[in-house]
Design a binder for this molecule. Structure first.
Ligand code: ZN
Length: 359
C-alpha cells in the first residue's frame, strides 16, 4: 500500500449474524461463524485493532465473547442500544484515529448505511465479506513488526493508564511523574529500522513533513555520516510502548536540518514531541549550529506545527540555509538554539550527536 490513508487501523465488528451465527437474545448459545477466529487472529497479528459495536445487552454479550475465548482481542467494546455511528465515532476518538482509518462490518444494510451517513470516511463491509478481509490491501500493512504484533496490548495498557489518570486529581505533569516514564533516543539498528518505516506510515497526525521514507532510503541514510536516523522508544511502569518516534537529521557544518520528525499518536498526551525537540535544541546549541526543520501542513498534523512553534521555531529566514531553499509546499522553520533543561516528567537517555562545541 502506497497511500497510508487507505490502511485500516481498527476494524469494528457487529456481533449478531456477523461475528457469530444467530442472535444472542434469542439463542444464548450462539457460535462464532466458521473461519472467524482465524480472521480475528490474523488481523490482530498484523496490528489491526479490533473493536465491537453491537446492539445487545452489554453484560450478556461480553460474557459470551469471554466464553467463546475472543474477548481479549477487542478494545473499547461498544455494546448497548445507541446508534452505531455514535459507537464507531467514540471508538475513533478514544483511539485518536481518523475516521478514514476505521472499518465497520455488519450484516444489516441499514446499520452500514447509518454509519456511512454520519461517518462517510468509514469503510463499511457486509458480514459475508468477513473471511475475505485479510486478503484486502487495506488490511495488509506492508510492514509487520514486533510492535504491530503487540499493538493491541499496548493500547490496552494505555486505557488502563487513562483510567488511572481520570481518577488522579492533580495537574497533568504531576500525573506524568507518577508513570515513571523513560524515553530512550538512539541510533536506529536493523530491527528498529523496520519499525521506523511502519511509524512513518502510521503517524499521519504527528508527521511533520507528511513524507514517507521507505526502508531502503532510511537504511542508506543510516550509513551516511552526514545523516542521523534516530528512533525514540518509551517505557513506563506499565510496560513498554515500543518505538514511538523517529527523527531524520542531516548534520551540516553550520546547521542541522530536521527532515523528518514523527511521533506516535499514542504518546501525544505525554508531551514526547516537546521533550524530543528540546533535547535536539540543546544538542544543537552544544554543537554550535542553527536548526532548520521542514514542515508540510496536512489535514492531520496541526499538533506537530504547534509543537514546533512551542519549541521556538519561527519562519525567519537565515543565512545558514539560504542556499538550499525548501521544496514547494514545504515551510522551512528556523531556530537559533540556546541551552534547554532536561524534562522533569520523564527520564531521558539520549546520545550526544554532532561535533562538540569549541569552548
Ligand atoms: Zn540559521
Amino acid at each position: 500500500m502506497d497511500d497510508k490513508q487507505t490502511l485500516v487501523k481498527c476494524l469494528v465488528w457487529d456481533l449478531d449474524e456477523t461475528l457469530w451465527r444467530g442472535t444472542l437474545v434469542e439463542d444464548g448459545n450462539v457460535r462464532l461463524a466458521d473461519g472467524i477466529t482465524a480472521v480475528i487472529e490474523e488481523l490482530d497479528s498484523r496490528g489491526v485493532l479490533q473493536a465491537v459495536a453491537s446492539k445487545n445487552d452489554h453484560d450478556l454479550a461480553w460474557t459470551r465473547l469471554v466464553e467463546l475465548g475472543v474477548a481479549d482481542y477487542f478494545v473499547l467494546p461498544q455494546i448497548g442500544w445507541g446508534r452505531k455511528s455514535d459507537s464507531v465515532r467514540r471508538i475513533a476518538e478514544r483511539l485518536n484515529f481518523a475516521p478514514g482509518t476505521i472499518a465497520f462490518i455488519d450484516d444489516q444494510p441499514a446499520e452500514r448505511a447509518e454509519v456511512a451517513f454520519h461517518l462517510p470516511e468509514v469503510r463499511c463491509y457486509p458480514a459475508d465479506q468477513a473471511l475475505a478481509l485479510p486478503g484486502l490491501p487495506e488490511f495488509s500493512p506492508r510492514a509487520v513488526t514486533v510492535d504491530s504484533r503487540r499493538r493491541r496490548q499496548l493500547y490496552q495498557a494505555n486505557f488502563q493508564r487513562e483510567s488511572e489518570r481520570e481518577s488522579f486529581a492533580g495537574p497533568d505533569e504531576e500525573f506524568l511523574r507518577t508513570l515513571g516514564l523513560e524515553l530512550r533516543v538512539g541510533r536506529a539498528d536493523d530491527e528498529e529500522l523496520s519499525r521506523v518505516e511502519e511509524l512513518t506510515l502510521r503517524t499521519s497526525q504527528m508527521n511533520a513533513t507528511g513524507v514517507h521514507y521507505p526502508d531502503a532510503v532510511l537504511r542508506e541514510l543510516c550509513a551516511d555520516p552526514a545523516h542521523e536516523v534516530l528512533v525514540a522508544t518509551l517505557t513506563d511502569r506499565f510496560g513498554p510502548h515500543g518505538a514511538i518516534g523517529v527523527l531524520l537529521l542531516e548534520t551540516r557544518p553550520d546547521h542541522w536540518h530536521l527532515k523528518l520528525l514523527a511521533t506516535s499518536c499514542r504518546v501525544v498526551s505525554f508531551g514526547v514531541g516537546t521533550v524530543v525537540l528540546n533535547w535536539l535544541v540543546d544538542q544543537a546549541f552544544r554543537a554550535g549550529v542553527h536548526l532548520v526543520a521542514d514542515f508540510r501542513a496536512t489535514d492531520r498534523n496541526r499538533m506537530m506545527d504547534i509543537a514546533y512553534r512551542f519549541a521556538g521555531f519561527t519562519d525567519e529566514r537565515c543565512e545558514c540555509s539560504a542556499e538550499r531553499p525548501a521544496e514547494a509546499g514545504v515551510q522551512r522553520l528556523h531556530l537559533v538554539p540556546e541551552p534547554r533543561a532536561l524534562p522533569d516528567t520523564m527520564r531521558l537517555d539520549a546520545p550526544a550527536i554532532g561535533r562538540p562545541r569549541v569552548p
